[in-house]
Design a binder for this molecule. Structure first.
Ligand code: BTN
Length: 263
């Protein structure tokens, strides 16, 4: 494994010194860091924020029924945080929105091409997906939240399934150089924690920052949520973070679902 792809426990320990993360776990392999974080949430001994990083995931999950393909050089981690029930969670705002923004702003410091967002929080560079976020609420206890992040940093897409080779990209491909995973993790995590600390509840200013990066505005989209699908021109997001789609029957606010871009 190249040095850039090695997640050194000593480097991760530094994160405890320079952020407010209290517990850090580094695993060579896990089925899914989100599953592990959901499990840790119910253990009393777990100190939050708790960061779980895995060098490999064997059953990484994406939103809906999607899987997350992990290969050496990818960054896969989850952050378990306290999120008191009286703070708005909503779907998709504000956590989903702020996670996407934190990733974009971190990647902008490393990529020659700006990162953009596909609702609610897929991160794209040069029209290809570079990162995805899966936010989940543990069934118990109340007041916790898991933010799972996958970033294609140095992974080689030659070995990837066909559909990913057409649609995904690694940061190293765009920048023409590899990046130490621990540095990319520190950048994103630092920004994410800062955003979480500065969100007392409302999502107003976040929404404006999110809108500037939206790849879907003006495009024809289809939003599938269970058996319902909404098709029409995307008008961007409203103040709650919902995706607004103009259909022949009027404007619809979509609060959840998987979006495909038609045109
Ligand atoms: C998506 O694009 O649909 C979300 C992908 C989220 C993938 C990350 S990888 C780390 C964490 N563990 C998981 O099983 N999924 C998230």
């Amino acid at each position: 494994m190249s040095d850039d792809n090695r997640l050194d426990p000593a480097q991760l320990d530094l994160l405890r010194d320079c952020t407010r993360v209290r517990q850090i776990e580094l695993h060579d392999e896990l089925p899914s860091t989100n599953d592990h974080a959901l499990d840790l949430a119910s253990r009393e001994a777990t100190e939050t924020p708790c960061l779980i990083v895995a060098s490999r995931q064997t059953a990484g999950r994406g939103r809906g029924a999607n899987q997350w393909w992990s290969a050496p050089g990818a960054l896969t981690w989850s952050l378990l945080i306290d999120w008191p029930a009286n703070r708005p969670l909503g779907v998709p705002t504000p956590i989903s929105l702020l996670a996407g923004i934190a990733i974009c702003e971190a990647l902008d410091g490393l990529s020659p091409i700006p990162a953009r967002l596909k609702w609610p929080n897929d991160v794209y560079i040069a029209n290809r997906k570079v990162s995805g976020v899966l936010v989940e609420v543990p069934p118990r206890p109340a007041g916790k939240l898991v933010i799972g992040v996958g970033v294609n940093v140095n992974n080689d897409f030659n070995a990837a399934p066909d559909h990913l080779r057409q649609t995904a990209v690694a940061l190293s491909q765009v920048a023409g150089r590899a990046f130490p995973l621990s540095m990319v993790l520190r950048d994103i995590l630092g920004r994410l924690l800062m955003e979480l600390d500065s969100q007392p509840g409302g999502s107003g200013p976040l929404v404006d920052r999110w809108r500037q990066r939206c790849v879907l505005t003006g495009r024809t989209v289809e939003v599938s949520a269970g058996s319902r699908s909404t098709r029409g021109k995307c008008l961007g997001i409203d103040v709650t973070g919902a995706l607004i789609v103009r259909t022949p029957d009027g404007d619809r606010a979509c609060h959840s679902g998987i979006v495909s871009q038609i045109e």
